[in-house]
Each structure stands twice: as structure tokens, then as C-alpha cells.
Design a protein around this ligand. Structure first.
Ligand code: GRF
Length: 197
């Protein structure tokens, strides 16, 4: 059974997609053992609690400096003894020590087709604003392993989504989430849980 710790910062729709896929038997041999957020008010924590999953907030605001936050955050991850860490809408830079310790066992969902519209400053709605500004006709989402860079680790899965004329950033974000993110994140976890990668 693959023990999964999911890190979230906001609404948690990717977390929800993963939980639903596990319940539906589309993702097997997997258990979400802990959900951690840097944001106490993240609705993602509520989603976890409703499913009876251990949900913890570790907020940088509660720590004097980044160092002590990093230590507390890594301790919270370690305590769950995860086999895999999933970053699902997680907006905090991971402690370098955590990247080393969990090398090859951290994955992230990015709302664009890496290497497009990724890297520093490209998160959430900004990604879709950039795609619309560039006028691309196809965008999508990427699941990749996390390394010490930003959105630079090996790509696991990608799924393309059409950009429609008249799209607002919000409409495009929604379509990318529904048609791509919520599909490939569970798929990637299932592949890892069942040795298919
Ligand atoms: C979304 O923009 C998603 O593409 C990105 O983080 C944002 C929030 O995701 N990964 P979620 O609803 O919290 O999963």
C-alpha cells in the first residue's frame, strides 16, 4: 500500500480528485495518510477532514524564520512516513533538505505543458493569463517529479487542453483543471502505486 502525503495551499480540487479516484477504485494500492497545508484556512484541509484523513496546518506565520518553518514542515511530513509526497496546488518552496531526503518521491501538478509557462512566478491564474497573452491554441497540465528547481524535474504525464476563443483566465483554468489536472494526477499516483512507472 503506497502511503501518500498530500501538500496543499488552497481549494484542494486536485486533492479531491485524488480522493475520489481512490474511492472509485481508479487509483489502487494507495492510502492518503496525511494532508498538510501552509495555510490554516485552506478549504483543502476541510476536504480531507470530511474524508477522515489526518489534516494538519504548518503555517510559516507561526515560525520566527524560514529555517524553523522548514524544520517543522519536514518533521510533519516525516511523521506521516510517506512513500510519496504529492504537491497539489502547494505554493510554498520546499525545504532543500526535504528535496534531498525524498528525492524521486515527490511529484507536482503544474497547470501548463512544461516547459511552457512554468518556473518562478508561474502559478495559479498567472499561468493561464500568460498562455492567453501568448495566444497559444493548446495548453494543458503536467505531472512531474520535483527536484531542486521550480517545475524542472522529470515529466511523468501531460494532457493537452484546447484554448477557446473568448476564454478568460478563469474559464481556461477551470477547463485545464477539469480536463487535465484532475485526470493525470490520479493517473500518475496510480502508476507509482502499482509500479507502472
Ligand atoms: C490550480 O491552479 C492548480 O492548477 C494548481 O494549483 C491551483 C489550485 O489547485 N496546481 P487546487 O484546487 O488547490 O488543487
Amino acid at each position: 500500500m503506497l502511503r501518500v502525503c498530500v501538500c496543499v495551499s488552497g481549494g484542494g480540487t486536485n486533492l479531491q480528485a485524488l480522493m475520489d479516484a481512490i474511492d472509485a477504485g481508479q487509483v489502487t494500492n494507495t492510502q492518503i495518510v496525511r494532508v498538510i497545508s501552509n495555510n490554516k484556512g485552506a478549504y483543502a484541509l476541510e476536504r480531507a477532514r470530511k474524508k477522515g484523513i489526518d489534516a494538519v496546518a504548518v503555517s510559516p506565520k507561526d515560525y520566527g524564520d524560514r529555517e524553523t518553518f522548514n524544520e517543522a514542515f519536514l518533521e510533519c511530513v516525516d511523521a506521516a512516513e510517506p512513500d510519496l509526497v504529492v504537491l497539489a496546488g502547494f505554493l510554498v518552496v520546499l525545504p532543500p533538505e526535504m528535496i534531498r531526503k525524498y528525492e524521486g518521491r515527490i511529484i507536482n501538478i503544474h497547470p501548463a505543458l512544461i516547459p511552457s509557462f512554468c518556473g518562478k512566478g508561474f502559478y495559479g491564474l498567472k499561468v493561464h493569463e500568460a498562455a492567453l497573452a501568448r495566444g497559444v491554441k493548446i495548453t494543458g497540465a503536467t505531472v512531474h517529479f520535483v527536484d531542486e528547481g521550480t517545475d524542472t524535474g522529470p515529466i511523468i504525464l501531460q494532457k493537452a487542453v484546447e484554448v477557446l476563443s473568448g476564454d478568460t483566465p478563469e474559464a481556461l483554468q477551470r477547463r485545464v483543471m477539469e480536463q487535465a489536472e484532475w485526470v493525470i494526477l490520479p493517473q500518475a499516483v496510480n502508476m507509482i502505486a502499482n509500479g507502472l512507472l
